[in-house]
Design a protein around this ligand. Sequence first.
Ligand SMILES: Nc1ncnc2c1ncn2[C@@H]1O[C@H](COP(=O)(O)OP(=O)(O)OP(=O)(O)O)[C@@H](O)[C@H]1O
Length: 548
Amino acid sequence: MGSNLAAARVSFVDARAAAALSARTARFLWAVLRAALVWVRGHLRWVLTLVGFAVILRLLGNQIGSREVLALAFGPALVAAVWSTCSPMSYERLCAGPARRARWRRWIRKNWPHLSRECGLSVSRATKARTFGLVPKEGSRFVASQSQTVTVWSHPRLMDVTTVGSLLRLTIRTRTGQTVQDLENAAAPLAAAAGAHAYRCVQMTPSAVEVVLVMRDSLSQARPAELPEAAHLNAVTLGRRQDGTPWHLTVTGRHTLVVGCSGSGKGSVFWGVCAGLAPAVRAGLVRLWGVDLKRGVEVGMGRGMFAAVATNPSEAVALLTRLLAVLEERGNRMAGITRLHQPTQADPLHVLAIDELAVLTAYTDPETKKEASRLLAEILTQGRALGVVVLACVQDPRKEVVGLRGLFTQTIALRLRSAEETRMVLGDGIATIAPAHRISPAMPGTAWVVEEDGSADRVRADWWSDQLVRQVAARHPAPVVEDLLAARGGQGKTHTCDVPASDSVGVRAAPVPGKRTSQMPQKERRPRASRTSRTSQRGTSDDGSSAA
Ligand SMILES: Nc1ncnc2c1ncn2[C@@H]1O[C@H](COP(=O)(O)OP(=O)(O)OP(=O)(O)O)[C@@H](O)[C@H]1O
């Protein structure tokens, strides 16, 4: 009886394993078939020509030859299908990627005269040309040559075409009578004709421009942030650029304004900077100060890495007063000795991170607003060289809301509501090359930034989950905590905390008087699921400035 039961159990287990194996095999075969069909569709001309050739050979009675030709038609499809199913990464790297890039290069070279004409880059002139040969003329007489009016086109020169990853780079030289501005203006129709997701222009010489077309959108997928390990002071890695390279943001010596409408992903940039600096915070080289007037909901997630957090306007004024005192004391110390502050453990870099600046500078009572704006203006004007920098996030970029806009030295434009807002944030003439108002709501964390050389680039910040922020705060707690109540009297009071050696997870209770956020129930956030944007429903590009 017992042995029967054991045998039945064994056969049941075998049957389940066999069923799982057949399901896996069926799935694999289906994937291979689908990949083969995709390959055939992409190489239809090749396949049809060889099939036609095989049919002719068969009609002529050459059976073996026709079979070989059919193998030549479908063999590559089978190899490609199996390869791409078993090892998609190596297939993309060694086969599909290089083939695709070669196709882009060929296409642009072949179609350049046509593209340049249709995008308004070429000019034509009518000219007389003489044709030679015996040409019939009235009656039965022939003449040896005759003159005709012909149209001659002159195009800007396509000097070089290169590809890297998903980028197609065109180096174009102006034709006579053309400026680099003309080439830059034609980049949008050029990108649309090439089916590029986005583009950017970089002036190479006074008469040559590099137009970079982003042929495949590498930013479409959200990417989770990683736990920061090393202490970096100068720059933090916030995410990636549209060419797939890392996006580093300089922090030292820069005041950063992050603008984006609600849900555009300001939190990702905020935590990218604060959590990116966390190892340096723990090392004592950076001191983070937080202002979160949305009841501390955002900063509360990573409270442990901040030296002080203000969650109401009076606390914010106290915090700014304290920071200004640091500035004044440091200024007095540095006068005549050095012009640029070098962060050390005894004298760290102070980073003031403000979530929703408008609550402080526009939506609070007039007195607090005036005082906060005054203090912030002083910090913004003097802080850069003295090692006090500001990171501020805001939804509304209008002057009446952020009067201090001009004092920030770098700006990140997340999704904005209109081209006018893009102009306000990034500067005049930028809305066409960095259309932040066209970023898809389905891609939070995506932004446009303007580089020092004036070129614009599209970037996407990595996603910081609440859990990861808490983990960073637990791993890299601030060694020093400031007492804001004492700062109200103009004097700061500093508590030194023992930094735990362990990497245990959990928010460290920071002894800040009057602090409510650590007790507040926090809602766990998740990356927003992609949704079809209204623009993409209309058949235009989601986020870039151009669409195929
Ligand atoms: N980098 C990112 N990648 C993917 N999803 C993101 C990213 N950043 C944010 N999100 C998603 O977008 C949502 C809104 O993000 P977030 O709260 O940072 O926006 P916000 O601009 O701060 O909005 P608000 O100003 O209303 O607070 C998040 O809950 C998350 O689902």
